[in-house]
Design a protein around this ligand. Structure first.
Ligand code: ARG
Length: 413
């Protein structure tokens, strides 16, 4: 079969695949591990790939690209699938596909393999991204094709001397800069509280500090650029928010999720930075965007989240939706203040140079700039259609109409 580029995580599935692709497909496996900010020893993963029999192994640090090209558009769309899931895994897959294609082209491989199962969303995301990026690429999905079970894989690993981390977690974990997901094991019992062992980034609210943390986030054109007044690279800023948010138990999400493949699954997420940043960004948008744009935007946001979740990152629709959200970020420059305390992140203040809040207009104090007398005529015209409707439908007399500021032929009513 020749060269096969394998998306390699270092876990059981893909480690077994290195050996299996060699054995069953006579393939020369090139293992590629992409760093999206998961907390893992990438050098050790690379060595492991070689030790199992990969002819070559690469690790690619794609954190900055992930932050700027994938997380930022998603943040600007305030994207939350089913209103709660910030889409960490879903955002990572198209970038992983992109890197796999780059390696495949560089090493002249015509096949790409992944370790996704046939029940999840990730197979769809990776394969539809690959189809867009190189329609001629050949895709191998042995875990799906052979319905490999965990028990089978463990046995296979033992027979082929593949090192297996001591059945570390009973959960299936995926993580990157934008969040961590856990599923399987005890979490499959949808009516039971997730055990503390399912969490790794966040403290239990019961153990979180008894003091609160203030958190000041500065955005420039919809991109976070500073934390508590200190300018930071985006990757560092996200990591810092994950740390401090995790300490205060921010961003735990327990979700019954509608998968693209039709299954409902129980997912537990930790996404401190995503939770904080989306909330701050949303608040700044309320201050800066005109009411009509603000009220229209959720349609874009929901569709964007669905596109990302459903593996359509590269689709013309997703790109066009991002065109809209990017354009309206022009004035999203300002600072949002939040307080983090035992699992809650609350916005407590905001400021923006182009903010549309004008205190002299809004104030209830004596000297304001709003001409309240003009409100009377505005309300008369605003309510006119409903007045006419009520006369027509509720049996009211047309005598109510002479008050109108416009001439209406009441005999015609
Ligand atoms: N349910 C989430 C999603 O579809 C997370 C999936 C996590 N993937 C994994 N291989 N553990 O995006």
């Amino acid at each position: 079969m020749g060269k096969v580029v394998l998306a390699y995580s270092g876990g059981l599935d893909t480690s077994v695949l290195i050996a299996m692709l060699r054995e069953k497909y006579n393939a020369q496996v090139i293992a590629v591990t992409i760093d999206l900010g998961q907390h893992e020893d990438l050098a050790a993963i690379k060595d492991k790939a070689r030790s199992i029999g990969a002819v070559d192994a690469f690790t690619i640090d794609a954190r900055e690209e992930f932050a700027h090209k994938y997380i930022v558009p998603s943040l600007q769309a305030n994207a939350l699938y089913e209103n709660v899931y910030p889409l960490a895994t879903a955002l990572g897959r198209p970038l992983i596909a992109d890197k796999l294609i780059q390696v495949a082209h560089a090493v002249n491989a015509t096949s790409i393999a992944h370790g996704c199962t046939g029940k999840g969303n990730d197979q769809v995301r990776i394969e539809s991204a690959l189809a867009y990026l190189d329609p001629s690429i050949h895709i191998l999905a042995p875990v799906r094709e052979f319905s490999l079970s965990r028990d089978y894989e463990l046995k296979y690993a033992q027979e082929h001397a593949i090192p297996v981390e001591k059945a570390a977690s009973t959960f299936s974990i995926d993580e990157n800069l934008w969040g961590r997901s856990a599923e399987c094991g005890a979490l499959e019992q949808e009516d039971c509280e997730p055990p503390e062992q399912a969490f790794a980034w966040t403290q239990s609210p019961l153990d979180a500090p008894n003091y609160s943390a203030y958190c000041e986030l500065t955005f420039e054109h919809g991109v976070p650029i500073a934390f508590n007044g200190k300018r930071m690279a985006l990757v560092d800023l996200i990591q810092e928010l994950n740390r401090i948010g995790g300490l205060h138990s921010i961003g735990r999400i327990d979700h019954i999720e509608s998968r693209l493949v039709g299954i409902k699954s129980r997912e537990v997420y930790e996404a401190p930075a995503a939770k904080i940043l989306i909330q701050a960004h949303q608040d700044l948008e309320k201050l800066v965007l005109t009411r009509d744009v603000l009220h229209f935007k959720p349609v874009i946001e929901h569709t964007f989240a669905d596109c990302v979740y459903n593996g359509l990152w590269f689709s013309p629709l997703r790109q066009a939706l991002s065109g809209f959200t990017t354009q309206i970020q022009e004035n999203i420059t300002g600072t949002v203040k939040m307080r983090l305390y035992k699992g809650s992140a609350i916005v407590i203040g905001r400021t923006a140079e182009k903010g549309l809040y004008v205190k002299d207009l809004a104030t209830y104090e004596g000297a304001d700039e709003f001409d309240s007398r003009a409100a009377k005529g505005f309300i008369q015209i605003w309510s006119l259609p409903y007045k006419v409707y009520s006369i027509k439908n509720n049996g009211h007399s047309a005598r109510a109409l002479p008050d109108l500021p416009v001439a209406v032929d009441s005999t015609a009513i």
